[in-house]
Design a protein around this ligand. Structure first.
Ligand code: ZN
Length: 465
């Protein structure tokens, strides 16, 4: 039986649902800047989860939203002097690319906030009618004093929230802990009509409305990063319970832990952010995906380039072990270990430990048994969204390589020597300040799948995706 930690009740619970109809909402990205590794972690973790539910024969309806209007999107698009829609579209493209390369399932529905503005307006209207919303000079706000269960999910006190809330333009709120449902637009900002004045929705109300529109009043799993618990999910609960008073909003709240870079939380505001797609290019999506499998989803995960290197080696060992076998769940013992780890609040590090142990011991098995073990391990990885294809270099064939290098009078025998020559030709151009030619060389070799780095991380690598 599947057991999961419910962040609302703060305990591990046996999942008891109608398997025929399981509704899942994952808070998706605010498309304001390129995805970083933290976005990758959340996407991959809940992809493991959904794939595992499917393995258990749950029939899943999976929704992940796109927040395509928000203060930061407006600010950044103004800085770049482009329309906010253009910025949102460009950034979304990068997310799509990352999700694809990480082999994440495409959600059944991907609602965009800007496509639901009339519904959002209606939702706010309902909140005002039910006594939770009030209108000021700057917008429409939610009066949290009216909602008894406020802060039940995060366990914070009202005092903490009051002192932790920034008061900026919103000083006409009744109370600092109240939050915006609708913000009146300033000159030149994107805006929509509403009965209260032109403006745009607050972030939290977007999710409440889109959940209601796509999945209904009650959902089974609400997923997201642990950093969303307060205020985002707390406010979603306040809104959803404000509109559908007697309905249960969410059956199980699931939150993934943050990614730490040198012990610091990775978030946009800290500046210690590496771009997800850069790592995917360098290591391949499957290595990055495997890196996320190594930590328990609720724990903070340490990130460093060394750990990613290590993931690559480990994954290659598994690829090597399972090569030349077909995936097939023929070893019931292996399958049982898989399910018992996953049923225990998705304990993937424990699962990996068990798998390594089984690989180690498989020398002692008879050929047939060893092969069955390999087939079943391959099957398990396939369920978790891995293809385990042996890596990368063979993507480019030798004929193509020798044709390419001959353009620079380099005789190709093997890649390292050829690349050394190629790079020294290019460095000579750079030293002569012939940057245009040097850039052309870099661009042309990228077309056959080799990336050249200048500067601090000087060197070259195969583009993996
Ligand atoms: Zn959300």
């Amino acid at each position: 039986m599947l057991n999961l930690y419910n962040s609302y009740t703060k305990q591990q619970e046996a999942v008891n649902l109608n398997q025929e109809d399981v509704r899942i909402y994952l808070c998706g990205p605010t498309v304001q800047s390129s995805p970083h590794l933290g976005h990758g972690r959340s996407a991959v973790i809940f992809d493991f989860f959904i794939r595992y539910l499917k393995h258990l024969n749950y029939s899943v309806l999976y929704v992940r939203n796109i927040t395509d209007i928000d203060d930061k999107i407006i600010q950044k698009s103004q800085e770049q002097n482009i329309d906010y829609r253009e910025l949102a579209e460009n950034v979304w493209e990068e997310f799509v690319q990352a999700h694809e390369n990480l082999n994440c399932l495409v959600p059944d529905i991907e609602p965009r906030a800007t496509s639901y503005v009339p519904e959002i307006v209606q939702y706010i209207d309902q909140l005002i009618n039910n006594g939770y919303g009030y209108i000021t000079e700057s917008g429409v706000y939610y009066d949290v004093s009216k909602f008894d269960d406020y802060l039940k999910l995060s366990g914070r006190s009202t005092e903490e929230v009051k002192t932790g809330t920034r008061i900026e333009t919103e000083e006409d709120k009744k109370s600092p802990e109240d939050f915006a449902l609708w913000k009146f637009s300033k000159e030149g900002e994107p805006s929509w009509d509403s009965p209260w004045g032109v403006g745009r929705p607050g972030w939290h109300i977007e999710c409440s409305t889109m959940i209601n529109q796509t999945l209904g009043k009650t959902i089974d799993f609400h997923c997201g990063g642990i950093d969303l618990i307060f205020p985002h999910h707390e406010n979603e609960i306040a809104q959803s319970k404000g509109v559908e008073k007697n309905e249960n909003f969410v059956n199980y709240w699931l939150h993934n832990g943050m990614l730490n870079l040198s012990g610091k939380k990775m978030s946009k505001s800290d500046g210690n952010v590496k771009l997800l797609n850069e790592y995917i290019d360098q290591y391949g999506g499957e290595v990055v995906r495997f890196f996320f499998l190594r930590a328990h989803y609720r724990s903070p995960q340490e990130f460093s380039q060394d750990l990613l290197e290590e993931s690559k080696k480990t994954l290659n060992n598994i690829r090597e072990y399972t090569k030349d076998t077909e995936s097939d769940p023929v070893d019931p013992k292996v399958l049982e270990i898989f399910e018992s780890c996953m049923n225990d609040d998705m304990n993937t590090p424990k699962l990996l430990g068990e798998i390594f142990q089984m690989i180690k011991e498989s020398n002692n098995l008879k050929d047939l048994e060893e092969n069955q073990r390999k087939q079943t391990i391959k099957y398990i990885f396939e369920i978790l969204g891995f293809q385990l294809k042996l890596a990368d270099q063979s993507i480019v064939d030798e004929k193509l390589l020798s044709e390419f290098f001959s353009m620079y009078d380099i005789k190709f025998t093997e890649i390292d020597t050829a690349m050394n020559e190629f790079i020294s030709i290019r460095n000579k151009l750079r030293n002569e300040k012939k940057y245009v030619e040097a850039d052309e060389m870099r661009d042309s070799i990228l077309k056959i799948g080799i990336v050249i780095n200048d500067g601090e991380n000087v060197g070259w690598y195969w583009k993996n995706s």
